[in-house]
Design a protein around this ligand. Structure first.
Ligand code: KIV
Ligand code: ZN
Length: 389
């Protein structure tokens, strides 16, 4: 596999695999196909479409997504055994661009689960990656719980996977344990220490247990990773995975200090966020970065006045860049006269200063009783004023 330019970061979306592993986030077959089509259209490089051995339904979904893919590479997940890998290949082989992603837990805790010695596990990695590579020319390998794996052993198994033919090495922070400086350092040291590391792409796969997944992913890229694994809205096991919309917009907005690009059409972010929230049944928190209802909303008087004078006063990105039609200035008890006048003008009312003063008093009385004052409330206030009540 040819390595992309050094300033290009591959976006690997795992909403349909790791995201769907969120308790309660199961999607139907048709919903998965719909989300895959949206991911493909928005420029996601690789879609991890599911875990084909997990169920007949997952197998069918991955196969059909593979058949329908237009631009994206379609990947399936497989444990480190021949049956899983064969099943995965049967599903992804329908795509023009495909990938087998195989993994095994390499930390002391995870090695104890199958009760394998270090040597036995090393042999298994060699055998399974070789098998995957004989089926598929594009193989990704992950040492699960890499960030809690002993350094020497991690180097040893990564080298084995590269020699057996993996072209992407993913370094998962499976339990969200890492901090940003460590994340950068780990990737940098692996690339320096492991023979053959400069021939493959290193990926970062972060979980958000301590709220550091986005920071850890971007730090890993600073350390030399060139693939970020992420999900829409940060859906995923426990506290979730790195949120696609956050890493993509961070690299776009702060390209001065994070000079890396993606192929994502960011104007499609809001639509896919809302659709994933609906089909997964996981509403997006109001103050969620980039896609939350309040991410481009300003209620306080000072902020609304500042926004009306120049949006750059309180917004570091344009709402249109993420697919919104504009900023929202909801009226509430913190709002000021400038926002009320702006709203009145938008609703077609022209008011002089004295009239505005009067309406403002009544607006504040209402706002004290209501969380948000809607357009209909303002129209009603104006009508009451006209009637002289
Ligand atoms: O979090 C994790 O370690 C995973 C692996 C399967 C890559 O999801
Ligand atoms: Zn994961």
């Amino acid at each position: 596999m040819t390595k992309p330019d050094q300033d290009r970061v591959v976006i690997f979306d795992t909403t349909l695999r790791d995201g769907e592993q969120s308790p309660g986030a199961t999607m139907t077959h048709d919903e998965k196909l719909e989300i895959a089509a949206m991911l493909d259209e928005m420029g996601v490089d690789i879609i991890e479409a599911g875990f084909p051995i997990a169920s007949e339904g997952d197998f069918r979904a991955v196969s059909e997504i593979a058949q329908n893919a237009v631009n994206s590479r379609i990947c399936g997940l497989a444990r480190a055994n021949i049956t899983d890998i064969d099943r995965c290949w049967e599903a992804v082989k329908h795509a023009d661009l495909n990938r087998i992603h195989t993994f095994i837990g390499t930390s002391p805790l995870h090695r104890a689960i199958p009760n394998l010695t270090k040597d036995e596990m090393a042999d298994k990695i060699h055998e399974t990656v070789t098998h995957a590579r004989n089926l598929c020319e594009n193989v990704q390998w992950s040492p699960m719980d890499a960030t809690r794996t002993e350094w020497d052993y991690l180097c040893r198994v990564v080298e084995i996977a590269i020699k057996a033919g993996a072209s992407t090495i993913n370094i998962p922070d499976t339990v969200g344990y890492t901090a940003p400086a460590e994340s950068a350092d780990l990737i940098k040291r692996l690339i320096e220490a492991v023979p053959g590391a400069d021939e493959v792409i290193f990926a970062t796969h972060c979980h958000n247990d301590l709220g550091m997944a986005t920071a850890n992913s971007l730090a890993a890229v600073a350390g030399g990773a060139r693939q970020i694994e992420c999900t829409i809205n940060g859906l995923g096991e426990r506290a979730g995975n790195t949120a696609l919309e956050e890493v993509v917009m961070a690299m776009k907005v702060r390209n001065d200090i994070m000079p890396w690009n993606t192929g994502i059409d960011t104007t499609k972010l809001m639509a896919i966020s809302r659709r994933v929230a609906t089909v997964a049944g996981f509403p997006v928190q109001f103050n969620k970065a980039i896609v939350g209802k309040n991410a481009f909303a300003h209620e306080s008087g000072i902020h609304q006045d500042g926004m009306l004078k120049n949006p750059e006063n309180f917004e570091i990105m344009r709402p249109e860049d993420v697919g919104l039609s504009g900023t929202s200035l909801p009226l509430g008890k913190h709002s000021g006269r400038a926002a009320l006048r702006d709203k009145l003008e938008n609703l077609g009312f022209e008011v002089g200063d004295n009239q505005l003063k009067d309406i403002f008093v009544r607006f504040k009385e209402l706002a004290d009783r209501k969380k948000e004052v809607f357009d209909d409330d303002i129209v009603a206030l104006m009508r009451l004023g006209e009637d002289g009540e």
